[in-house]
Design a protein around this ligand. Structure first.
Ligand SMILES: Nc1ncnc2c1ncn2[C@@H]1O[C@H](COP(=O)(O)OP(=O)(O)OP(=O)(O)O)[C@@H](O)[C@H]1O
Ligand SMILES: [Mg+2]
Length: 354
């Protein structure tokens, strides 16, 4: 479907700050035409317990709210309104989007912005509509949806519009998206609900099981970032963790090594590799041939797990590379998409133009 900018749209476009949004389970990023990424904050909102009432305006969304996760005083609750890449709490997501959009669109509230939002592949029509409605109610004039792997592919400059296959893997917080892209479409794609959060969960279980220590999600993530790995390290590491001793119920500590954390992470990492293999097995041979040399490009926060590229390359026997700045790939892609709406309009499916 070709999008021809009408004169009114053109005028409005000059007065609104149009934006691309990567509405992620862990982080929300906003990319503005000509200015790059101007907002990058955790997808966390502080609300009054048992309600959807957002606290103290700006104090309660993003960075400030994430700091409260797991240690909120009575009466306050820090919630993540997205789970596995889709909206789990509609009302809170809308409030979060409204806050982010208005922060970016500051002072120009008289012309609403056009917004491109990336969504996981394979979400239902109901879920797609929920994203569109949330953005509209949060102040968008027009909403376009783009599949996350396509946005990621555009963001890292893969030849997505050419007759050549590219394999992209986006390991986020809630979902891992895997797609083979060619001719501006997905040849094969899948989305699995195993990504960073699942890795954190595996670390929580490991500590409880082998060290009798209860730790929170935030501590588990810190362990993953500090000593987590998917492939043997040149120099293995260790660190001390604190939490609640499950036997005494009192504060306790344990020393853990990167070797045991890799063991704990092995299952989620393996599941991701197996899903990539499945996608490759379904890829038509002509396109498989393209991937022998170009291999697999990994983006998303999970790409930063030490040894991730080695683990994927080792499992699949094709090259694997992590792009520079993998956390912003999808957002950058939505920004490029916004700049070239007329060129990329055929990437949109019919119902995406709200
Ligand atoms: N250095 C690192 N090592 C391992 N994991 C990391 C690292 N840095 C970030 N992560 C993980 O990456 C995840 C966040 O990635 P990202 O921002 O791409 O997710 P998202 O886009 O918000 O989620 P989704 O795409 O699933 O909706 C978190 O689970 C975080 O713990
Ligand atoms: Mg993401």
């Amino acid at each position: 479907m070709a999008t021809v900018l009408k004169p009114l749209e053109w005028v409005l476009g000059n007065f609104s700050v149009d934006m691309g949004i990567d509405l992620g389970t862990a982080n929300t990023l906003v990319c503005v035409r000509g200015r790059g990424i101007i907002l990058n904050e955790p997808s966390v909102v502080a609300v009054k317990k048992g309600t959807n009432e957002v606290l103290l305006d700006g104090m309660a969304v993003g960075n400030a709210a994430k700091a409260m996760l797991g240690k909120t005083p009575g009466g306050i609750e820090a919630v993540r309104p997205l789970r596995h890449g889709v909206i789990a709490d509609f009302e809170v997501t809308e409030k979060m989007l409204r806050y982010f959009i208005s922060k970016v669109h500051e002072g120009r509230s008289w012309v609403k912005p056009q917004v491109v939002i990336s969504v996981p592949t394979g979400i239902t029509d109901v879920e797609r509509r929920a994203v569109v409605h949330s953005a509209e109610r949060a102040g968008a004039r027009r909403v376009y949806l783009i599949d996350e792997p396509m946005a990621a592919g555009i963001g890292v400059d893969l030849p997505v519009t050419e007759a050549r296959g590219s394999l992209i893997v986006d390991i986020g917080g809630g979902t891992t998206e895997i797609a083979v892209l060619a001719l501006a479409g997905s040849v094969v794609a899948t989305s699995l609900r195993i990504a960073g959060d699942e890795m954190d969960g595996a670390i929580v279980s490991h500590l409880r099981r082998y060290h009798n220590l209860m730790i929170g999600e935030q501590s588990a993530e810190r362990i993953k970032l500090t000593i987590g790995s998917a492939f043997p390290m040149e120099q293995e590491l260790s660190m001390e963790v604190k939490g609640r001793d499950t036997v005494t119920g009192l504060p306790g500590r344990a020393t853990i090594t990167s070797i045991e954390i890799r063991e704990a992470l092995q299952q989620p990492v393996r599941r991701i590799c197996e899903s990539i293999r499945q996608v490759l097995e379904e890829t038509p041979p002509e396109i498989s041939a393209d991937l022998v040399d170009s291999g697999c490009t990994i983006v998303g926060g999970g790409a930063l797990l030490s040894g991730m590229a080695d683990a994927v390359a080792d499992f699949l026997g094709i090259p694997a590379q992590i792009t520079a700045d993998p956390l912003t790939a999808v957002a950058r892609g939505t920004g490029v998409f916004l700049e070239k709406l007329d060129i990329f309009s055929h990437v949109l499916s019919a119902d995406d133009e709200a």
